[in-house]
Design a protein around this ligand. Structure first.
Ligand SMILES: C=C1C[C@]23C[C@H]1CC[C@H]2[C@]1(C)CCC[C@@](C)(C(=O)O)[C@H]1[C@@H]3C(=O)O
Ligand SMILES: O=C(O)CCC(=O)C(=O)O
Ligand SMILES: [Fe+2]
Length: 376
């Protein structure tokens, strides 16, 4: 990844500006460039607050059965209607969250050529991306992202996230590696507990999803949304359902996450102590639950005066394990909603053939059935 650095530093500043998303330059322009303008129906304002169910995880994490029952009921209801809820008393240290923000701020403040030096390579999810301008030419998101992999490993001396930071950004970001390693470990632990609650809520064995996810490689993404001179034209993240399994998101105090529920855009007010959880598009609970649980259409809007940040942890299953609804759920439902697939099939689809949106799952199913001659 480091090899890109020399190449980019030899680019003229103007070339960098035209080929990459350079917020400091873009923000000085009187208008947002056309490539950042989204269709009107995508940017229509949210006009109410989303009443995301607040799930207290404290009792469940301590093993209290009554509290677990209450949490399960709330989650079942949320996932059957829109697939979105918030958790508190989740066990993630607030100091760790604050440190993660500090470290991401330090990264996004770097000069553009240093960020671009660790940009994503084609087909890969890992690295820096400015507005995804390397992949798309219209409806560009007004954001910069830094994505890196997380999986459990036994290499305690050189764990995966620390290795990512050391090998891409070097000594200056050694501490970022330490902080994000811990952050991802906490997210994974919480994600596995949430999968237990989801399993109970679907009436399958509590540990049903454990095996599929234990060795999975998840995606950690830091989102930085610069302030935008024309926020009614642009979007930070366009309307989409996450193609992954379970997303655990922390948003800063600015606000900007909107959910499409009851046929209207609704805003999710920031709560410093809460984490926002949503079911990923099929993958997997939706697919594994045979379409019973909904993945939720959402987006991130931008702000005229304030920059905004969020930390998204996308829990993913093991790449080559087949994703399919539990037999007993299919039997009970009478039909199978989705063909068998692997996470690497869906990842390949979103990175090479299709930009994740509200119809990813539908189009992925069509693609899979035609390209791989699969049957349901
Ligand atoms: C597998 C992935 C594709 C995206 C990054 C990870 C997890 C979530 C996906 C994404 C964030 C959903 C919104 C649209 C997207 C294009 C984005 O705006 O970043 C998606 C990611 C991507 O393809 O890079
Ligand atoms: O930044 C946010 O609030 C949401 C981002 C998001 O939906 C995503 O990265 O998938
Ligand atoms: Fe999302």
């Amino acid at each position: 990844m480091n090899s890109g650095f020399c190449m980019v530093s030899s680019l003229k500043h103007q070339e960098v500006q035209s080929r990459f998303f350079d917020p400091s330059w873009l923000q000085m322009q009187p208008h947002v460039p056309m490539s950042f303008v989204w269709p009107k129906e995508c940017v229509v304002d949210a006009n109410e607050e989303f009443q995301a169910p607040m799930v207290d995880l404290g009792g469940f994490l301590r093993g209290d059965e009554d509290a677990t029952h209450v949490a399960v009921k709330l989650i079942r209801k949320a996932c059957s209607t829109h697939g979105f809820f918030q958790v508190f008393n989740h066990g993630v240290d607030p100091l760790l969250i604050a440190q993660a923000y500090q470290q991401m701020d330090a990264f996004f403040k770097l000069p553009i050529d240093r960020k671009v030096s660790i940009r994503k390579t084609p087909g890969s999810v890992w690295g820096y991306s400015g507005a995804h301008a390397d992949r798309f030419s219209s409806k560009l998101p007004w954001k910069e992202t830094l994505s890196f992999p997380f999986h459990d490993d036994n290499n305690t001396l050189d764990p995966v996230v620390s290795t990512f930071f050391n090998s891409t950004l070097g000594q200056d970001f050694q501490q970022a590696g330490v902080v994000f390693q811990k952050y991802c470990e906490s997210m994974k632990e919480l994600g596995m507990k949430l999968l237990e609650l989801l399993a109970i809520s679907l009436g399958v064995d509590r540990l049903h999803y454990k095996e599929l996810f234990e060795d999975g490689c998840s995606v950690m993404r830091c989102n930085f949304y610069p302030s935008c001179q024309e926020p009614s034209l642009a979007l930070g993240t366009g309307p989409h359902c996450d193609p992954t399994s379970l997303t655990i998101l922390h948003q800063d105090q600015v606000g900007g996450l909107d959910v499409f529920a009851d046929n209207t855009w609704q805003t999710v007010p920031p709560r410093a102590r809460a984490l926002v959880v949503n079911i990923g598009d099929t993958f997997t609970v939706q697919a594994l639950s045979n379409g019973r649980y909904k993945s939720c259409l959402h987006r991130a809007v931008v702000n005229k005066y304030k920059e905004r940040r969020s930390l998204a942890f996308f829990l993913c299953p093991k790449e080559d394990k087949v994703v399919r609804a539990p037999e007993d759920i299919v039997r009970r439902d009478g039909t199978k909603q989705y063909p068998d697939f692997t996470w690497s099939n869906l990842l390949e689809f979103t990175q090479n053939y299709y930009r994740a949106d509200e119809a990813t799952l539908h189009n992925f199913t069509k693609w899979l059935l035609s390209s791989k001659q699969q049957t349901l």
